[in-house]
Design a protein around this ligand. Structure first.
Ligand SMILES: Nc1ncnc2c1ncn2[C@@H]1O[C@H](COP(=O)(O)OP(=O)(O)OP(=O)(O)O)[C@@H](O)[C@H]1O
Length: 316
């Protein structure tokens, strides 16, 4: 590799994290050896279906939960202040305090002088477009404004690492745009950002790297651009003139080819499978057949489907 293109050292690295929780008479393995790295100036998105282990990973990375095995290495100076986090939306603010009072409180809690915390707080409220709400109680702000205040609070001590869980969930489009743009600016300023979300479109727009967790394991990881471009086989989207009924025997034949059927839309991986699927569908009327450019949502769907087919063997 060209040395000039080598990434900088990661600010945070997790090595083979394992975590299990008691479940009934046995154990549930929430993490089965998860490794990941977070670099300065990059957004890493951690994706996965419900129960995949995202929250457990983030809690271990933040030091809130001890792993059973594995370790987390943080390469940042200044103990205790390296992390800013919005882990539960806007709930981690004090409702009766104003936006600015919240920022001053969290700033002083994390080592700033009251004067410095006030200065940073005012600056950040300006940066997130809330300067005219600075003195309003957080409880009386809109959800989007609370979310932006929570982001400002996470950043008040200027940490190099940010963990954000669903930062735009439940906020309106304008606030989403403001948050997105702000996250990109933070990344450009060199912050290392870990984003957990179910909003795949947001993840695709922001993330430099992606890690997909499935059942406590890393199912896929890499640079977003590369994992999308490097996907070996085309996905075709066939739109039928009529939806394929639940009881239609063609459904079973298509499913045997690992073809996804959703009403009028049939998704097929690979050209040979497409021809077979079209033979099965014949003589149903087709509206269109098109090759899909792979989005992160498409890739996520494919990884999920492939991993959940235990008998798919080496069929590629
Ligand atoms: N404190 C706990 N005690 C017992 N089981 C737990 C605990 N925390 C998590 N789990 C289990 O561990 C697994 C992983 O949970 P986790 O919350 O990390 O998943 P997740 O990917 O964040 O899911 P979601 O998208 O639903 O938030 C789940 O099966 C969950 O039920």
């Amino acid at each position: 590799m060209n040395p000039s293109t080598q990434p900088p050292n990661p600010l945070l690295q997790a090595h083979r994290l394992r975590k299990r929780y008691p479940k009934g008479k046995g154990w549930l393995e929430a993490l089965k050896g998860v490794s990941l790295a977070l670099y300065p100036g990059e957004i890493l998105t951690l994706l996965g279906p419900n129960g995949a282990g995202k929250t457990t990973s983030v809690k271990i990375l933040a030091g809130l939960v001890e792993p059973d095995e594995g370790r987390v290495e943080v390469q940042v100076d200044g103990p205790g202040t390296w992390l800013g986090a919005v882990l539960e939306g806007s709930r981690n603010l004090y409702w009766r305090l104003s936006a600015l009072e919240n920022l001053i409180y969290f700033g002083t809690l994390r080592g700033l002088s009251p004067k410095e915390a006030r200065r940073r707080g005012s600056e950040l409220l300006q940066a997130v477009g809330l300067q005219d709400k600075a003195h309003q109680a957080v409880g009386s702000l809109s959800r989007g404004q609370q979310q932006r205040t929570a982001l400002a609070a996470a950043l008040v001590h200027d940490p190099p690492v940010l963990f954000l869980d669903e930062p735009t969930l439940g906020v309106d489009l304008e606030a989403q745009e403001a948050i997105r743009a702000w996250l990109l600016r933070l990344k450009e300023a060199g912050k290392a950002i870990l984003l957990t979300t179910h909003q795949l479109e947001l993840a695709e727009a922001l993330a430099d790297r992606v890690t997909i967790l499935l059942e406590g394991e890393v199912a896929l990881e890499g640079r977003t651009r590369e994992v999308l471009a490097g996907s070996p086989r085309a996905v075709y989207r066939v739109e039928l003139g009529l939806p394929l009924e639940e009881g239609d025997s063609r459904r079973t034949r298509l499913q045997a080819l690992e073809v996804e059927v959703e009403g009028k839309v049939v998704r097929v991986v690979g050209e040979e499978t497409l021809w077979e699927a079209l033979r099965i569908l014949d003589p149903l009327p087709l509206e269109r057949v098109e090759r899909e450019s792979l989005s992160l949502a498409g890739l996520f769907w494919r990884v999920l489907r492939e991993r959940r087919k235990p008998c798919s063997g080496s069929s590629t």
